[in-house]
Design a protein around this ligand. Structure first.
Ligand code: ADP
Ligand code: MG
Length: 440
């Protein structure tokens, strides 16, 4: 293939990859150049190892798809470091030898809510005076809840405040790989120097240390060297120290020396605020009702929330139309199984009301006639079984009844369902209707 042809094919592929992955494209696609396109292999040059690693982990599939769309063939993508290019761009590598800081992962862009308040506050405190407040700081929580974002935010903060300060931010996997390379190349002291002389060591996803005895040993010594010199250590993992399988006791105890902060899945209000923040960062205009729709639809984690926004954005860009609730819903239709539809007590009350032809006011009233008591008790039973609400909350929705009343209702309907096949069938039918209600 002639080289000018390759340039233009690459530029088409790049454009398509940008549409497929608008979030990463803004930070990571700028400095990419084509090296070769031959025999189904597309080699793309990037300025440094961390960019190549990042692209390899997060963007390969977008490029593969874009390549296939453009050429009609399966293209293998290889991101390669071009050291020439790297030298020209050295000033863009911001953290000594480790990961490139993500420009969007700042404190300003992090939405704080009850689920992550402690983690965020402790990161802010460490960012202001590293090595003095919480050391080590250990963040944990499930995937996609903002651990990496907070680690980058602390590093950015420290970098802007302390000019002469050496920070290493890296994935635990990189730490392990560098350690192995150090051993293989007979340069363990080079490795040790690199990590034991920093002012702040930030290691993401330390659960990667599990079952890696030698790396744990090395990490233990690195930890001690830094800690005893008053250097800041920040770690993240998917579980608290004591629950990381086969992590040595001495590491568990050290990780617990400072502050261990948990990040929980965000509640509804926080999710709405995150959707709005992310949309704003992409220069997207979305109404409150769309943000609320997305937040209701995707509950599992924030990465999926962002994915939903990306889908809406991609569909809107392709169609060239303004994003409306209708188009947002249509865009997400393909992801209908992303999470189970959350059932609210209101959904349940609506279905029960129309089945028995009673009014909400009646269900919430003090009336004790059989024609009202039974639907009310069925509401309570279904709410108990189909939602995560507490007995008190359920009682609250049904006229402020206390938890013992709700408990009594649940056991009564439960018994009826076992002894009365009509009741059993009715509950099944109502459940079916409730789970099939469209969200809007
Ligand atoms: P983790 O490292 O816990 O798996 P990440 O830090 O990679 O999660 O977060 C996944 C995505 O969700 C990132 O794009 C991040 O910016 C975003 N995110 C997570 N929590 C928040 C938050 N509270 N406010 C804004 N964005 C968030
Ligand atoms: Mg992470």
């Amino acid at each position: 293939m002639a080289s000018e042809g390759i340039e233009s094919i690459f530029s088409d592929i790049l454009e398509r990859a940008k549409v497929l992955d608008p979030v990463n494209s803004r930070k990571w696609f700028d400095k990419l150049r084509v090296l070769h396109l031959n025999g189904g292999l597309l080699e793309i040059s990037c300025p440094d190892d961390s960019t190549a690693d990042y692209l390899d982990k997060h963007c390969k599939s977008s490029f593969t798809r874009a390549g296939q769309q453009r050429t009609g063939h399966l293209i293998t993508i290889d991101f390669k470091v071009d050291h020439q290019q790297g030298r020209q761009n050295r000033d863009t590598v911001s953290v000594a030898g480790g990961l490139k800081l993500h420009p969007d992962y700042t404190f300003d862009n992090f939405v704080v809510g009850p689920s992550n308040r402690l983690a965020q506050a402790s990161c802010v405190a460490v960012g202001q005076s590293p090595g003095t407040t919480y050391n080590p700081l250990f963040l944990y929580g499930s995937s996609g809840l903002g651990k990496t974002h907070l680690l980058h935010a602390v590093c950015s903060e420290v970098r802007s405040k302390h000019t002469v300060f050496v920070t290493q931010l890296l994935n635990c996997e990189d730490f392990v790989n560098q350690f192995i390379r150090g051993i293989e190349e007979g340069d363990l002291s080079g490795f040790q120097n690199r990590f034991r002389t920093v002012d702040m060591l930030v290691i993401d996803d330390v659960q990667f240390l599990r079952e890696r005895e030698q790396s744990q040993e090395e990490f233990f010594h690195t930890f001690n060297a830094l800690y005893h010199n008053g250097k800041q250590i920040i770690l993240s993992a998917d579980n608290p120290p004591g629950e990381i399988p086969s992590l040595e006791e001495r590491l568990i105890s050290r990780f617990n020396w400072g502050l261990v902060a948990r990040i929980d899945p965000p509640g509804y209000e926080t999710r709405v605020a995150i959707v709005q923040k992310k949309a704003h960062l992409r220069g997207l205009q979305i109404s409150d009702e769309i943000a609320e729709y997305v937040a209701r639809k995707v509950q599992a984690n924030i990465r999926e929330l962002e994915g939903a926004l990306t889908t809406i954005y991609a569909v809107a860009t392709t169609s060239g139309e303004e994003i409306t609730l209708k188009s947002a819903r249509a865009a997400l239709e393909g992801q209908i199984n992303l999470t189970r539809k959350p059932i609210s007590i209101t959904d349940i009350i609506e279905v029960v009301k129309s089945h028995f032809n009673v009014r909400l006011a009646d269900l919430q009233s003090k009336k004790r006639s059989q024609s009202i008591t039974e639907p009310r008790q069925i509401c309570m039973y279904l709410a108990r079984n189909l939602t995560k609400h507490s007995l008190e909350e359920i009682g609250g929705h049904l006229g402020g009844r206390d938890h013992t009343t709700v408990m009594h209702a649940c056991s009564k309907i439960d018994k009826a369902s076992c002894s009365d096949s009509a009741m059993h069938a009715l509950l099944g039918e109502l459940t079916k209707q409730i789970t099939q209600i469209p969200q809007y």
